[in-house]
Design a protein around this ligand. Sequence first.
Ligand code: MG
Length: 306
Amino acid sequence: MHTRRMFGTKMFAALAAIPAVAQQAAPPQAPAAGKGRGPVETPEEYEKHPEGSPIPGQKWKVHDLQRPLPPKVTPGLPILSPASPSDAIVLFDGKDLSQWSGGRGRGGAAPTAPTNKVENGYVEMGPTIATKEKFGDCQLHLEWTTLGEDPTRHGQGRGNSGVTMMGRYEIQVLSGYNNPSYSDGGAGSLYGLYPPMVNPTRPEGEWNSYDVFFEAPQFDGDKVVKPAYVTLIFNGILVHHRVALLGTTSTLPLAKYTPHAPEESLSLQGHTGKVRFRNIWIRRIKGYDTGTEYFHPDPPSTPGGH
Ligand code: MG
């Protein structure tokens, strides 16, 4: 853990010295929602992804087949399904997608309403959906399950979705109980950067929970002055502990930052295979000392009348 945090510090120093846009080998892939994005790779194309660039601060390459798979851990059951606290924004309560938009439309057209199926307390992924409200530092809870009824789908093609913080930083959702793929692309991975420390994914058809603690990156013009940090509790188990991201997660090439607003929409990725989400709520992390009330000690006792 300490080592990983040291990597984060080193990366921060390195990132701070580099203009964010200068890191871009190519324009960033816009975090498109719905059908407005470019062509989507087929599962077969995904499986053929070669190993990518060396990952700064690590000894691995992107999608490195030499990188070990995270050990499987059986989580305690039932998985966590907490009701939303009073200061949370409920993004999906099982009934409707009123907090979400679907496709963004082209040429500045207004976002479209989501077309994803909602039933029995869950939303089933079709197209990508994005929150209408935007968020920066936050605590996010959600639950997901994959359905693997299609035997022709495997690896990245099987139950692939994602929880994409700020529409850029993907925490992978994938059928992960008995569905091998490269380690930095498995369920709970910070896509293309870090596999989860352990793999507590439940079998297909059973629910999993993510509790995400996210710190938004900060930019000064084109420079990254603070990277994004992600902590993930996966089925009640810590699998990432304040990991510094290298930028917008990407299949290939390596993740890069491009400056963006302090708050952006959270998106759920529509990708391949059937994935369902339920019980989604989020809290803004506002830091310490945001209260408006104060403690008033009892007044000193009235002196005696003598
Ligand atoms: Mg994904």
